[in-house]
Design a binder for this molecule. Sequence first.
Ligand SMILES: [Zn+2]
Length: 583
Amino acid sequence: MIPAETIEKIRDKTDIVSVVSEYVKLRKTGKNYVGLCPFHSEKTPSFTVSQEKQLFHCFGCGEGGNVFSFLMKIENLSFAEAVKELGAKAGIKVEESYASSTSRTKKEKLYEVLALAAKYFRDCLEEEKGIKARNYLTQRGISEQTAKIFNLGFAPEGWDNLFRYLISRGATPELIEQAGLTLPRQDKNDSYYDRFRSRLMFPIYDLRGRVIAFSGRTLTQEEPKYLNSPETPLYHKGETIYGINLAKEEIKKANFVILVEGNLDLLNLYQAGFRNTAAPLGTALTPYQCKLLARFTENIMLAFDADTAGGAAMERSAELLQAEGLKVKIVELEGVKDPDELVRKTGAKGFQEALSKALPFLSFKIKRALAKHNLSEIEARAKALKEVAGILSLEKDTFIQKEYTKMVSQQLSIEEETLLSEIKRQRFYRRELEKDLRRIVEKPPSKLVEAEKNLIALALQDPQALAEIKEKLTVEDFSFPETKMVAQFLFAVDLGNTKDPIHFVLENLPEESAKKMLTKILVPELPANKDKILADCLQVIEREKLSKQINLLKTELKKAEQAGETQKVVELLHLLREQATSL
Ligand SMILES: [Zn+2]
């Protein structure tokens, strides 16, 4: 446990705006800052940071919290790790109590097991039994030095080599399995076998240079060709990029990244001097990976394989990267199947040339659409016109759209006007479609939830409001799970002595959803007419209470009428009239 005073001291000395700025480009609007959310895909910023309250909230995906939660989420750290890291930056030493400093966390143990496994695979590659893997590397043009830099290894044949090695170094069978290195045997209880056998091993590192998983290429004919670690507490598929730990500084320096499909493409490009190269470990990129890249550059060069699968993966990846606001160019591989082959055939110079000829994604799409059709036929030209108009109708920059329209209409031998009006037509239809969709999806927010949320927001920022709410309402008056949970906390605790009620509540609430609700209502600035809001919201809740009572009375009345209890009916009618007048 880290003492609460230490946590508070670190929070006081840390500015959430400067921490977030290391990951997100922020712009000031009013008192708050906004930027593109690092946790979900968006084109217009809904990620908001309040410097005054030291909170962040994304109105798009609902993520929110304070500076510790931000660092935990973006760097995949535990609370203690985040506190320590910010403490180090603020020059505050974090003393942990005895208990937690001696018992390492499970994550720390997993990192250790994976580092040990990487060392084992490395040793195997260098030993005599690694000859097959070494030969394969030579055949693929990978030098010993490059293999060393990427810490490549070899998983030997046999069912439990790694397992026995790790056990002899003190790891438990459960931990080894959780690290994704073994699988339980079906035929024998409490028995395991190695996941990676007869494979060339590529350790996968996180941004901090810790081994979190492996990718193993078969050295026999066994399927799959590449076997990756399963999901583990440390490794989440689609959240890591191979080579990024080594490439990140080079990417910043060059201000662009070359993305390739295969690990061996990456190694060969690295050897040829293209050190700003990374590989997404899968066929298509994920939004998370796009976000990760955006932290280092906004310029992406896609050099995926030239086959059709590579083309489709490239297209999807490019669309996604663009949606994240990144600038994408396509490196065309002519006459070769992948970047590996290009660089080995033509050297660094050949690849450099391909890079300099890379096409902006829009150009590439138009070029491909036109190439599909035989433009000497009128019918084919009509089809090409529609297709290109579809592509151009998505372009937001009117200058770019106009320039391309000019160019394409020449190629199609048509008037610019013809293409322009087709673009407008397609854009109009899409807008109508989007409007319909929005109509279906959007629901009006309930007045009651809004009132409860407003009251919570006021209670946390204004002691007088809190006192009034406590006087007029009870916990039972809050009807939604999240607001009720916060209300429970507020009614049970005396906030009078806490210096910073907002952060006190945030750090002590047990439920994640309630925390996100809190940051959502706290990040926007408090309106000037807060007394009126307080009165209005209290009234909404009072009315809700009354109408519930009236409904209850009505049901009772019905029952009494059916049972013929005349006296009770009269009493209930009287009560009902009283209630209704106060509504
Ligand atoms: Zn978001």
